[in-house]
Design a binder for this molecule. Structure first.
Ligand code: KIV
Ligand code: ZN
Length: 515
């Protein structure tokens, strides 16, 4: 049996199903490119039949990605499967992922189908999918709460029809590690043709056991594919976290004795990108990618670390891509130093014009802030990438007045297409006043779902990173802005969200609207 675990990333599909984590087409492409740098084996880019926008996003990811397999989810019917295959046309390597619920509850209440009907539909759908792709995955939705005898029949049937991967999701996060591992093992033992497919695990984190359950599915059950997301993003309490799986397999190789092809140094950049695009902040004590995951504050620990890092560290921060947090560049740094630092950070710049544009942003920041850290450079590059996605509204300047006991006032100047516009407004606070000033002109009427501020580095000299989430007409978009002045960062974030609402090519219904 192979000792390779296939890493199937579903940040762009199951991750996007987190309320508010909706991504535009260009954002999906940016994340997919980072997933490719991370060397995930399979990228599930979305659910093609869920909306025209998601279809376009999957097509764009399929065209952009060269090394990973690109996958689309589909319900187990001809229409969805055809849509998935069409969206994946440009992919170098494609996978169709069909799912159908097999638990008594889901079949009776949700599908209103008998077990025999479910069995027939599952087989028919895989037969149909195999005409359109060689690589076809079948997921038995709510598989862990299904009856073993019935599930064995379904799995045997779909493998006979040509399914190449069999996924047994714990859709509602009900499993416990040993029981889930044994469940997979029993299935693999009882299904006569089980050796003809790769077995996969897909766990939700409702009881906080998704990572443990997935690892048990591999260790006890013999699964060789893990479905996971960056930062554990996903429905309700989320999915299995990719970074934890990868580092558990690597750090405890002595126990698992298995490998995966992930380039771990790309983990933190991937985590930051997903967090920034979705507006889902990573908790500080989150394993591997939380800000405190490698921090040692107690005196005894610091003393131990200074004597020998192994006293309190089982992994190295730099191995998963944490920047060194030292001052790297300043006002006098030139274009070559900037370019070299980008290379050291693993940030690829394809066109000279993009480098020039990023360097201009760097210089502007260095005028405001004397010490530029790696985190600042990553934020600059993220801003540049977002700007490439089109800026109908573009921040120019802001002036603002606050005094205790008075309502704050703000004046914001920004570009609207090729014209300059300026407006003043009051608000409950300086941020509110600034966003009201923008609304005076744009009149979007969008509902604000989220406003959050984060310091990019430590201390008050840090840049503020603001996320604004807006909803309008069934769409949800996230805008991000960075600036040493958090009022300006807020205005930039608001304009960035408005740009996404304005751009029809990015129109995509929120993933929650999937029929
Ligand atoms: O959780 C689940 O059951 C799923 C399937 C559609 C694979 O996400
Ligand atoms: Zn799921």
């Amino acid at each position: 049996m192979s000792d390779k675990v296939i890493i199937f990333d579903t940040t762009l599909r199951d991750g996007e199903q987190s309320p508010g984590a909706s991504m535009t087409k260009d954002e999906k492409v940016r994340i997919a490119r980072q997933l490719e740098r991370l060397r995930v084996d399979v990228i599930e880019a979305g659910f093609a039949a869920s909306s025209e926008g998601d279809f376009q996003a999957i097509s764009a990811v399929a065209a952009a990605v060269k090394d990973s397999i690109v996958c689309s989810l589909a319900r187990a019917n001809d229409k969805d499967i055809t849509r998935a295959a069409d969206a994946l046309k440009a992919a170098n390597a494609k996978r169709i992922h069909a799912f159908l619920a097999t638990s008594p509850l889901h079949m009776a209440v949700k599908l209103r189908m008998s077990p025999e009907e479910v069995l027939e539909q599952a087989k028919r759908s895989i037969r149909f999918a195999r005409n359109l792709a060689d690589d076809v995955e079948f997921s038995a939705e709510d598989g862990y709460r299904s009856e073993m005898d019935f599930l064995c029949r379904v799995v045997e049937g779909v493998i006979n029809e040509g399914a190449t991967t069999i996924n047994i999701p714990d859709t509602v996060g009900y499993a416990t590690p040993e029981l889930y591992g044994e469940f997979i093992k029993t299935l693999r033992t009882r299904v006569p043709n089980s050796d003809k497919a790769v077995w996969s695990v897909h766990c939700h984190n409702d009881l906080g056991m998704a990572v443990a359950n997935s690892l048990a599915g591999v260790k006890i059950g013999g699964a060789r594919q893990i479905e996971c997301t960056i930062n554990g993003l996903g429905e309700r309490a989320g999915n299995t976290a990719l970074e934890e799986i990868v580092m558990a397999l690597r750090t405890r190789k002595d126990y698992f004795d298995m490998v995966c092809g992930i380039d771990a140094i790309q983990i933190v950049p991937a985590s930051k990108l997903v967090s920034q695009i979705t507006g889902f902040v990573v908790q500080p004590n989150k394993a591997v990618v939380g800000a405190n995951a490698f921090a040692h504050t107690s005196g005894i620990h610091q003393d131990g670390i200074l004597k020998n890092r192994d006293t309190y560290e089982i992994m190295r921060a730099e191995d998963v891509g944490w920047a060194t947090n030292k001052i790297v560049l300043g006002k006098l740094s030139g274009r070559n130093a900037f370019k070299q630092r980008l290379q050291e950070l693993g940030i690829a710049i394809e066109a000279e014009a993009d480098l020039n544009e990023a360097f201009v942003r760097f210089k502007a920041l260095a005028d405001q802030k004397s010490e530029i850290f790696d985190e600042d450079i990553i934020a600059i590059m993220s801003d540049s990438a977002a700007a490439e996605e089109g800026e109908f509204y573009k921040f120019i300047s802001l002036s603002q007045h606050s005094e205790t006991g008075e309502r704050p006032k703000s004046k914001v100047t920004f570009r609207v297409g090729d014209k300059e516009a300026s407006s003043e407004a009051e608000g409950n606070g300086p941020v509110d006043a600034s966003l009201n000033a923008i609304e005076e002109i744009v009149k979007s009427g969008a509902e604000q779902l989220l406003y959050s501020v984060n310091a990019i580095t430590s201390g008050t000299q840090s840049q503020g990173e603001v996320t604004v989430r807006l909803a309008k007409g069934g769409r949800i978009v996230n805008g991000v802005g960075t600036d040493p002045d958090i009022i300006a960062a807020s205005a930039k974030a608001y304009l960035s969200a408005l740009n996404k609402l304005h751009d029809p090519s990015q129109a995509k219904l929120n993933a929650q609207m999937t029929p």
